[in-house]
Design a protein around this ligand. Structure first.
Ligand SMILES: [Fe+2]
Length: 209
């Protein structure tokens, strides 16, 4: 009995070792800009803590669960993997305000769906303000019906539609804005529009459409 337990423990260790050697774990990708590049809309302090403390903890927690093989704890795993994936998409959705460009093509795409660019902004903002607690709001594209939609994501892993591809996502957890905006979520969402990387949104759309 003791022998077989040791045998199974060795097998598990081998699988974990294989995973480490193959690097089958999540990594915290470098940000595509410096910590102060999103100022004055997102401060260096806010971005540093968000990335180094919050995002990195989702990466570490997901990897810990994978290493331990605790797949039964799927709720915690999906929460942490979702947190990592959404933050990775979110960072790439932003750019320094000095470098922001809004291609005509993306304006036309948004106009086709939301009647005007301003209407899209209004709907995105309204939906963001309707989110409660720890949530995200996302502009997504459903390839099946070739339609852009706005989606709310609760926590990091609830209410997500399978196969809906995220073009643009905004973190509305308090940890995303509290240092800069305290409880003024609306100001944060309005500020976000100054740092959206619309070229990235268009790139993601073109891969799908
Ligand atoms: Fe976050």
């Amino acid at each position: 009995m003791q022998g077989s337990i040791i045998f199974y423990k060795q097998i598990i260790k081998l699988f974990v070792l294989k995973g480490i050697m193959q690097n089958n774990f999540y990594t915290l990708e470098k940000l595509p800009y410096n910590y102060s590049d999103l100022e004055p809309f997102i401060s260096k302090e806010q971005l540093t803590i968000h990335y180094e403390k919050h995002h990195s903890s989702y990466v570490n927690n997901a990897n810990e669960i994978l290493k331990k093989g605790q797949f039964g704890d799927s709720k915690k795993l999906s929460f942490n993997i979702g947190g990592h994936k959404l933050h990775s998409l979110f960072w790439k959705n932003m750019i320094s305000p000095q470098k922001q460009k809004i291609p005509d093509e993306i304006i036309k795409i948004l106009e086709n769906e939301f009647s005007s660019f301003e209407k899209f902004k209004e709907e995105f903002l309204n939906l963001a303000l309707l989110t409660e607690g720890s949530s995200w709001v996302a502009l997504v594209f459903d390839k099946d019906i070739k339609k852009l939609l706005l989606m709310q994501i609760e926590k990091h892993n609830l209410n997500i539609y399978p196969e809906f591809n995220i073009l643009l996502v905004l973190d509305l957890w308090e940890h995303a804005y509290y240092i800069d905006y305290k409880n003024e979520k609306k100001k944060f969402v309005e500020a976000f529009f100054n740092v959206i990387n619309f070229e990235e949104v268009l790139k993601r759309y073109k891969k799908l459409a």
